[in-house]
Design a protein around this ligand. Sequence first.
Ligand code: 2BA
Ligand code: 2BA
Length: 114
Amino acid sequence: MKLMIAVVQRQDAGDLIDALTARSHRVTRISSEGGFLREGNVTLLIAVEDEQVDSVMRLIHRHCHMRVRYISPLPPVAESGEFYPPTPVEVQVGGATVFVLNAEAVTRIASQLS
Ligand code: 2BA
Ligand code: 2BA
């Protein structure tokens, strides 16, 4: 089995989860934050059989879109005293970052409350 860890943008997460569950994949959604932009994103855990990795990857491709963000870097310290407004820098985010790990075991503990 494989554990797929997909970091996706929040705007894409709902549709992707709908598509995954519609095809009987199981998924866990975790709210996360990117270290660079410090903005919320979503991390999905998807444990699947090896042969399902490609079809999950296709769904991620279909539902996760690249978006452009502009960030303003801190203004440089002006030696001459003149002020140069910082030029916004383009950052391309996503579609998605996907890690595929070998999963030694996926166990569902099913003892009942007594
Ligand atoms: P949920 O996705 O909210 O699923 C709750 C319960 O609904 C599941 O219990 C299962 O009985 C049923 N279920 C979920 N997805 C289904 C599907 N596609 N088709 C039919 N029934 C479905 P559990 O299997 O005990 O799972 C409890 C929670 O553990 C899940 O919450 C999910 O967050 C996580 N999980 C389970 N299997 C997973 C996997 N293969 N990958 C990632 N997360 C998993
Ligand atoms: P963030 O860390 O907020 O990064 C957002 C976007 O900023 C990245 O998009 C990338 O275009 C840019 N970026 C990130 N770190 C950078 C750096 N050190 N220098 C220059 N530009 C940088 P994506 O690559 O599509 O990543 C989207 C999100 O996926 C990331 O959000 C992060 O949460 C996660 N991610 C991406 N690669 C990762 C990795 N190797 N390990 C863990 N998480 C990762």
